[in-house]
Design a protein around this ligand. Structure first.
Ligand SMILES: Nc1nc2c(ncn2[C@@H]2O[C@H](COP(=O)(O)OP(=O)(O)OP(=O)(O)O)[C@@H](O)[C@H]2O)c(=O)[nH]1
Ligand SMILES: [Ca+2]
Length: 491
């Protein structure tokens, strides 16, 4: 009679089946519970109301719980047609109207169901700073008009305001270092050089600067558990358009009818209106008396002479601190690397001078050659470039080199610490991203707690455990296995 196997009962078979089902269920539930949900995104919109033009930026980031760690990226940008909002001082409603096209475009880039929860900010910079100084009632009206347009949008409008120079400099620095992933990792930071139309900013961390020597140049941050003591300064009137006014003002103090201008290509001529040139708080107090209505500007394309004229707009005589850049403004020792964006990039890119591994002397020699190129040749070689931009590249290039070397004290050795950049990983360098990250509290002061295990880790552990359980289970069923048939056969 066959010996009865005590394991071989209906009860044990049922238990075995339940066990297998339980293991399969455990694995499935564990894997599914830890699987990230299909990615949803959140959005934020910032309007950069600059002195020369307004641009709209749409940012996007994963809508996961801990969005502090999610990377924010630029999804789209829209350049508003026409001039900056400060140019609409005498027709404020047009400032509001000018934004409509880009706002319409923004509606198509943000999914409709996210519209109402998408914050919308407008920050104005040096153009509105100047208008506010000159005519605060006009600046209020311009803000009133843009606010009306933005309130009508489906987005969550959070306000329009003028940024201080420190904010503009500091947020530009945050943007560059955030995009470069330097903040979260506590790496050495990159300084930020921003050249706008009406102001220019320099921001960097220097080991020698603790803020005490000049408090109004100091911005402190605690980001991802690291403390930063940032040096920043914004020079109002030293953006490239206002710097050109300052330079022309120097050349027209006697109220001449014509000037020979070394900063414009030979053969270039232009008739300029005195009242237009001097219609800016940067130069208005220097308007020559008894000047004619207009003067003729005749280009003579000479880099060295241009640099001499440009140097005159900087004051190097007084400094009450241990060291200064110019105009008596404190600046600690430069500490690189630096990212230079906005007009630094537009100009140096046009001049084919973004490569800073070439020596400063070579850069100067190339610019000298560009300035000496006859205007007719320049226009022939660049038929598609806006004449206004084209005419100003000799001046702009000279101004940039003078600002960097004579102004900020970059030398032949430290010039290569500068990188001329437009975008970092697809997002434009500029203050807007840093501004939004700050206002949405997207950069935590402390380093975020890292999850004990990433998703892949959970899946691996559960799989290994399930396999072990399964093997144990199979072994426990051993008494049910059919008897091994490999016994020696006795014939
Ligand atoms: N060559 C060239 N110049 C440009 C371009 N876009 C803007 N500019 C000029 O570069 C200068 C700086 O431009 P932005 O950085 O936009 O200046 P902004 O933000 O309007 O001015 P701020 O309020 O001072 O920051 C201005 O003189 C612009 O006219 C471009 O695509 N090419
Ligand atoms: Ca700007």
């Amino acid at each position: 009679m066959k010996e009865k196997n005590p394991w071989h009962t209906p009860v044990t078979i049922i238990i075995s089946v339940i066990g297998v089902i339980a293991i399969v269920a455990l694995v499935t539930v564990a894997v599914l519970q830890n699987r990230p949900l299909p990615k949803k995104y959140k959005y934020g919109i910032v309007l950069d109301a600059g002195s020369s033009h307004t641009a709209l930026y749409i940012y996007e980031w994963p809508a996961e719980k801990d969005n502090n760690t999610g990377r924010v990226q630029q999804k789209h940008s829209c350049k508003v047609k026409g001039p900056g909002i400060s140019s609409y001082a005498s027709a404020p409603l047009k400032a509001g109207e000018s934004l409509r096209e880009c706002m319409q475009e923004a509606k198509q880039w943000v999914p409709e169901k996210r519209h109402h929860e998408t914050p919308l900010y407008l920050g104005a910079t040096a153009g509105m700073r100047l208008l506010n100084m000159e005519n605060s009632a006009a600046s209020e009206k311009v803000f009133g008009a843009v606010e009306e347009t933005l309130q009508k949008s489906p987005f969550s409008f959070q306000g329009a305001r003028i940024l201080s120079g420190q904010e503009e400099g500091a947020f530009g620095w945050v943007t560059v270092n955030y995009l470069d992933d330097r903040l979260k990792q506590g790496l050495e930071t990159t300084g930020a050089l921003d050249l706008g139309g009406a102001s220019t900013q320099i921001s960097f961390v220097s080991d020698q600067f603790d803020g005490s020597e000049s408090l109004n140049n100091s911005v402190t941050f605690r980001l991802y558990g690291n403390d930063y003591n940032l040096y920043t300064h914004s020079f109002l009137c030293y953006g490239k358009d206002q710097a050109l006014r300052l330079t022309l003002a120097h050349q027209t103090q006697s109220g001449p009818e014509s000037i020979l201008d070394p900063c414009f290509n030979t053969g270039y001529t232009s008739t300029r209106n005195y009242s237009v040139l001097y219609d800016s708080p940067c130069v208005s107090d220097r308007k020559p008396q008894n000047a004619p209505q207009t003067f003729t500007q005749q280009g003579v394309g000479n880099f060295q002479e241009c640099q001499e004229v440009v140097k005159k707009i900087f004051n190097f005589t007084h400094c009450k601190y241990t060291r200064c850049s110019f105009n008596g403004v404190f600046q600690p020792l430069l500490q690189g690397p630096f990212g230079a964006f906005s007009a630094y990039y537009f100009v140096m890119n046009f001049l084919n001078l973004t490569d800073t591994s070439i020596s400063l002397d070579t850069v100067k020699a190339k610019l000298e050659r560009y300035c000496a190129t006859p205007w007719s040749q320049v226009t022939q070689q660049h038929p598609d470039t806006k004449v206004k931009y084209l005419a100003e590249y000799c001046f702009s290039g000279t101004y940039i080199l003078t600002l960097l070397t004579n102004g900020y004290n970059f030398t032949s050795e430290t010039y290569s610490d500068i990188k001329f950049i437009k975008k970092i990983k697809g997002s434009d360098a500029g203050w807007t991203l840093g501004y939004m990250l700050n206002l949405t509290n997207m950069i935590p002061a402390e380093a975020p707690d890292t999850p004990p295990l990433p998703h892949a880790g959970y899946v691996s552990i559960v799989t290994v455990m399930a396999l072990l359980l399964f093997i144990l289970f199979i072994i426990s069923l051993r008494p049910l296995w059919p008897r091994c048939s490999k016994q020696p056969q006795i014939i």
